[in-house]
Write a protein that binds this ligand. Structure first.
Ligand code: UDP
Ligand code: MG
Length: 335
């Protein structure tokens, strides 16, 4: 057991194939944390990287034990990695940031100053993204959609980059869900929260570890975990088509009894094939869509019910892997 007093600041950083980034990250962290004049620890989570990330993290820990490492047995995803880091963060202030230096570590000092003026969470709001226009548009649309349909106020254009007090982290640790959406849970927790704008840099090295597929999964986790609207769509559409069909029935009866021309035709002349096909296609499309929505919820419920461990720590350096029973040593060196 670690008997040292907890540090003032814990920094949680998930890393997936960040071999190229780590030397830059280490130097920048040492400089910026040194300048902050606080006691600190950095918890780096190796999320099943396939490059030399783990070897580099182990070397960082050997040279500076305040760099602590959790290494997963496989890739569990960015959000899960952040959550695992939060489980081990003991600092009075806990910061979450990415490994690619898009989030400037110096900004953590600004956030801590703001926290001290009477806040529990200070999150960073991106002023301008440096990604391509397609990604920027998708992000902007997603955050606005989520804000309009979510049951809690999830701030616009803010990611996971934030500094929280330990009391908020304790609340987050108590949340047992599997498909975590950290920024949503953070907003959900309440307390006194505030955003500060910052300039988001471009990735300092390597390429994005968030392909479109993972972004879609993240967006769906956000929507399905924080809004019941997708389920209600079924009810709304059902009502809508019911009203539409009643209106259509009334119209057809009037048309037949009054016998007026519509688009130059009397009711008796209309074969009605095209409209029939359109209607069938539309309604069956709707049914599939709604079944898909139900499927999303059911798969999420199933995921929660299985109660599998949320992550598996294969190696911990400078930390006790206390959240899961320790695994027997692996057959060989980590990839
Ligand atoms: N990451 C991770 N697991 C993953 C994907 C990403 O731990 O499966 C980490 C990655 O190493 C980085 C952070 O999550 O520290 C954000 O990823 P990235 O910068 O590639 O995302 P982007 O900024 O392009 O959206
Ligand atoms: Mg990034």
């Amino acid at each position: 057991m670690n008997t040292l007093p907890p540090p003032e600041l814990s920094l949680v950083i998930p890393c997936y194939n960040e071999g190229e980034m780590l030397p830059l990250l280490r130097d920048r962290l040492v400089t910026s944390l040194g300048a902050m004049g606080v006691t600190w620890e950095v918890i780096l989570i190796n999320d099943g990287s396939r490059d030399n990330t783990f070897a580099q993290l182990a070397a960082m820990h050997a040279a500076e034990p305040r760099f602590k490492v959790l290494s997963f047995s496989r890739n569990f995803g960015h959000q899960t990695a952040v959550f695992a880091g939060l489980f081990h963060a003991t600092g009075n202030f806990v910061a979450v940031m990415d490994a690619d230096l898009q989030d400037p570590p110096e900004f953590v000092a600004t956030c801590i100053e703001k926290l001290k003026t009477g806040y529990d969470v200070v999150y960073a709001v991106r002023r301008q993204r440096k990604e391509n226009i397609f990604k920027r548009t998708c992000y902007a649309a997603f955050y606005r959609l989520l804000k309009s349909i979510a049951e809690v106020e999830i701030p616009l254009d803010s990611g996971d980059f934030c500094v929280m007090r330990q009391c908020v982290v304790t609340v987050l640790r108590g949340m047992p869900e599997r498909d975590v959406f950290v920024r949503g849970l953070r907003a959900w927790s309440g307390f006194r929260q505030i955003g500060i704008e910052y300039e988001r840099a471009a990735r300092a090295a390597g390429e994005t570890k968030y392909p479109f597929r993972k972004l879609v999964k993240l967006a769906m986790d956000g929507v399905f975990a924080f809004s019941p609207l997708p389920l209600r769509v079924a009810t709304y559409v059902g009502f809508g088509s019911l009203l539409l069909s009643v209106g259509a029935a009334v119209f057809v009866i009037l048309w037949k009894t009054l016998g007026f021309r519509l688009f130059g035709h009397y009711p008796s002349e209309v074969p009605g094939w095209t409209s029939m096909i359109c209607l069938i296609l539309f309604l069956s499309g709707m049914q599939f869509l709604i079944l898909g929505v139900m499927g999303e919820f059911i798969s999420r419920i199933y995921n929660e019910v299985k109660q599998r461990p949320r992550w598996i720590i294969q190696t911990a350096l400078g930390l006790t892997a206390n959240q899961v029973p320790p695994l027997p040593p692996a057959g060989g060196p980590l990839p």
